[in-house]
Structure formats: structure tokens, C-alpha cells
Design a protein around this ligand. Sequence first.
Ligand SMILES: *Cc1c(COP(=O)(O)O)cnc(C)c1O
Ligand SMILES: [Zn+2]
Length: 381
Amino acid sequence: MDIRFVCHDCGKKHHPHTLLWRCPCGGLLDVEEYAISFPLDEMKKRPATMWRYREALPFSADSAMWEQITLGEGYTPIVPLDSRSSNILAKIEYMMPTLSFKDRGAAVLVAKAKELGVTRLIADSSGNAGTSISAYASRAGIACDIYVPESTSPKKIQQIAAHGATVHPIPGNREASAHAAIDDVERSRGFYASHVYNPFFYEGTKTFAFELYEQLNGTVPDVLVLPAGNGSLLLGAYYGFRQLLRCGMIEQLPRMIAVQAEGCAPLARAFRAGKRAAEPVANTGTAAEGIAVAAPARHRQILDAIQATGGLVITAPEQKIEAARRELAARGFYVEPTTAATYAGFLEYLARGHNAGDELLDLCRHGSVLIPLCGAGIKAN
Ligand SMILES: *Cc1c(COP(=O)(O)O)cnc(C)c1O
Ligand SMILES: [Zn+2]
């Protein structure tokens, strides 16, 4: 399939063979629209992985690349969060081969890299994207260099190294690791397997939306509560729902509530100010390492997506993250702090928001709500 990238800023098209990670004009790249279909009856007969939706993914019908690369990712369970609040569902995204939703994006991205004949890939990560990319790269026989902040959980660093990747711990914040990776990409003219910049990653996270639709019998929840750092799940899910909408399979997008950590909340700050672009912030510290992104590259797209669904950006109070983690564990879910932060933010919103006639809040209280539990507790400290 001859998929092209299109620059978000100037509209110029680029072939993935160029290995460009952004447009020469500086703009972000997106996947150009391509023909998709949803032969649902056929899809339902296939194994319960995200690859059952392959007609809606950027692979030609005769491409078997994904079959070499798949670790059985996707089709994660949806269960009620607990027996008391039956309107709140959890999608257990940590039940993935490398224990986070990043496997959706990494599987597609690495399969595309293999199709392009790439032999080495480079990425930066706060942890989970690195573990995911390195796992699929090793399966694909592609060498891999991962740049992580020095402070990344030791268990995630061990996992990355175990898959045979070269780990580069970088002093400083998340952005310092990204700069180090980009330096390497530029110097070596390498393939940047970034979950932030590489548009194929979002083609993978799109399957989150397709699964929801199928697992909820052709419906979608009223509200989705999603973590937002770089927005790789949020944007992917949004693209997926938009495709379902365009294909006439759903009538309305679920409203998206994005959760950021109070100590690092550029999107929340922009949203509150009614802005369509976010200014970088200083990360004042948070246990939610997976969403501690001070300058999210796709900030405009994330804010647009939230706006388009009639959603909201909220923050998780730092001192409530640990309690939220315990509360989830008490229901059987052992999650990492970043995931606890998503829940903590939602609880805070339920408790605090009390404007009469707040439609979104009413939906959260009485409508159907779904929260993905994105990362496994066992990987974190
Ligand atoms: C990556 C990750 C996030 C945040 O994803 P973004 O793409 O940065 O928005 C949230 N939770 C977990 C467990 C993650 O691995
Ligand atoms: Zn451009």
C-alpha cells in the first residue's frame, strides 16, 4: 500500500521511504488518508488481537509483515471498575505483551519499519514506549537504540536492555532524552521510531477505538477518561472514532477528558485559558512519569481533538496519586503511578466539579464512562 505522510503545516506530501521524521518546513507529519473498510462479520471470526481490524490499518492486503511481528497485542478486556459504580468501565490496557498500550503503536510502527527495510531504529521514552519498541524491534530483527531519562524506573530500563536494545540513560528531563535521540537520528540519518513524531504509531493506537466499538456491541461510551502526555493514545483513539463516525458506524464521538499531572500540565493550562496551543511549562515534579511531558509536540492536535469531542483537560493532584493507586489495587488492578494519576484526576473532577447544569459532569456521574488502565504496577517502583 502506497501510504504517504502529509505535513500538518504546509500540506506537502512525503513518502515514508525518505525516513523524514518531520517536514523540512518543521511541521509535524500525519498519515495521509487512505481507503479503509470494516468488514465486521469477517473481523469477528479472526483471533482476538488488534490485527482483526487490518482492513483499517496501513497495510496492503497481501502484506504478511504484521504476522511476523505480532505478539498477540490488543483486544484487551473491558470490565466494570467495581460493583458499586457500574457505569464506569475499565479497559485493561496493561494486559499487553510488554504491559502497556504502547504495544498497539509499536507493533504497527515496527512492522512498517521492517517493510521499509530499516535495520536500526532510534527512540526516546519515559519508559513504556522504549520497552515496547525494543520488544518489537528484537522480534523483527532490527537493532535498536533507546534514550531514556536517567530517572526512569530501573525495571523499565532492565526490560529495554533485556530485549537487546542499547539503552542510553540521559541526565535531565524527558526533553533532554528526546534531544539526544534526535541528535542520533540526524547524525546517523537513522529511523526515528518515535511514538510522538512517527505517524504510524497513531495508526496502531487507533485500534483502541475499534475494540471499544466492537466489545461494547456497536456502541461507544459517553465519556472517555484518558491520560495525556504526548497524546499518543488520545490522538490515536480520536482518529479511530473519527473513522468509525465517517463510516457511519457511530453517530457521535465519545467526549474525551484528558488527565495531566498537576506538576506538569501544559495542556490543562492552555485549555483553561481557552487557547488552541500550549506553551511549554517547567515540570515541577510528579510520580506520573508517563505523562510528565512539559512541551508536547502535538499540543495543537491534542487540544483540537478534545475540543472536537466536547471534552475537557483536568489535572490529578499529586498528593492523591498514591491513594488512587491503592484504591485501584483494592479492586484488583495493580497499576503504575501514571495510571493511578488518571483515576485520581477523574475522582477529583467528580468530587470538585459542581456547577449546576454541567452536562459533562452529569454524564460522568450518570452516563457511561470508560477509563483505560494503561500501565502495569509491576513495572514501576
Ligand atoms: C505512554 C503512557 C501514557 C501517556 O501516553 P502519551 O502518549 O504520552 O499521552 C500514559 N500511561 C502509560 C502507562 C503510558 O505508558
Ligand atoms: Zn511542511
